[in-house]
Design a protein around this ligand. Structure first.
Ligand code: AMP
Length: 314
């Protein structure tokens, strides 16, 4: 797919191969203007079952929480749910990915160069992912190796109702290692047709991909892998997804991790455990806590017990 054919002509044309530079340039200008409000953290590595969990600790005021309160105030004042993506802040705009998806900077980023892939028109975050969603995801992965993730519903950590996939670099620390969970997944073998990681105590469904092909081919392969995972999750999820129109709500919240080589879907039972909230990044091995006390508590609870408590025990 050539993105320049599909762009809204009122936006600058997005040249394939320039996405990374656009993210870097936009980050610089949005930081300078104050539109990008990066969240400062410190971090610690907590090892468990061979997984080096990266645990970030908020360094000061949680701007995202403050922004959520402001968003709730705006909603209460206007009586209409405030949607930060419709319209989006022009200073955070990165590129038009397709006729259906726009790429923005995440306004309250913890990881540098964190981007959002939002639908141009309103779609529910609880709706099943569609071929155009996977086309946008594979277009980004074709240019930038890294992690696409999706918080499927409020229980899975989504704070916005407007559909948004997200991308972060695999190296979440400058010059650091790749995704903490990656080697466990890459080493996992299929048993009875399903790939599972025996050291992960929570229910998860994995689809592996032999090689990364063109984004056109990958979007279809990703959709098929997603439908297989939904089928394994059950609860008529696959039927809801098969309508392909982006409006069928899934019966269960889940997190989705997607790379060039694999995807993992994790059904969710609750959004947090003992005050520690978890989204998709937690299942990639990157957790976020509010303060040093919560870090201590997490070490006592242990990351895998936390992840199992917010998912389902395998
Ligand atoms: P989630 O919380 O997983 O639903 O992801 C939504 C993301 O949108 C959050 O990580 C926020 O930081 C981000 N966000 C909130 N408001 C804006 C905004 N006005 N523009 C861009 N990103 C935003």
């Amino acid at each position: 797919m050539n993105p320049s054919i599909l762009v809204n002509p009122t936006y600058p044309v997005y040249e394939p191969g320039t996405l990374w530079q656009r993210i870097v340039d936009r980050s610089q200008s949005a930081l300078a203007s104050g539109a990008l409000e990066s969240i400062a953290t410190t971090y610690e590595i907590v090892n468990q079952a061979g997984i080096p969990f990266l645990v970030r600790v908020l360094a000061n005021l949680d701007r995202k929480t403050a922004a959520k309160k402001e968003q709730d105030r705006k909603t209460a004042r206007s009586g209409v749910a405030f949607n930060p993506f419709l319209p989006y802040e022009p200073e955070l705009y990165v590129a038009d990915l397709s006729s259906t998806h726009v790429c923005l900077l995440n306004k309250f980023n913890v990881v540098d160069h964190h981007i959002l892939l939002i639908t141009r028109e309103f779609e529910e975050q609880d709706a099943a992912l569609t071929l155009p969603d996977f086309a946008a995801a594979s277009q980004v992965l074709a240019e930038l190796d890294g992690l696409i993730f999706y918080n499927g519903g409020a229980l899975a950590g989504a704070s916005q109702r407007h559909k948004h996939l997200q991308w972060v670099p695999s190296r979440m620390l400058e010059n650091g290692p790749g995704l903490p969970i990656a080697s466990a997944i890459e080493a996992a073998q299929a048993i009875d047709g399903m790939v599972t990681v025996s050291t992960l105590p929570f229910i998860h469904y994995i689809a592996k991909f032999d090689s990364f092909n063109s984004s056109e081919v990958m979007s279809q392969i990703y959709l098929e892998g997603y439908l297989r995972c939904l089928n394994a999750m059950g609860g008529s999820a696959r039927e809801a997804a098969s309508s392909h129109d982006g409006h069928h709500l899934l019966p269960r919240a889940y997190n989705l991790l997607l790379t060039r080589h694999w995807m993992m879907l994790i059904p969710r039972s609750q959004d947090s455990f003992e005050g520690i909230a978890v989204n998709s990044l937690g299942f990639a091995g990157a957790l976020l806590v509010r303060n040093p006390e919560q870090l201590q508590h997490l070490k006592t609870v242990t990351p895998l017990t936390l992840l199992t408590a917010v998912g389902y025990a395998a």
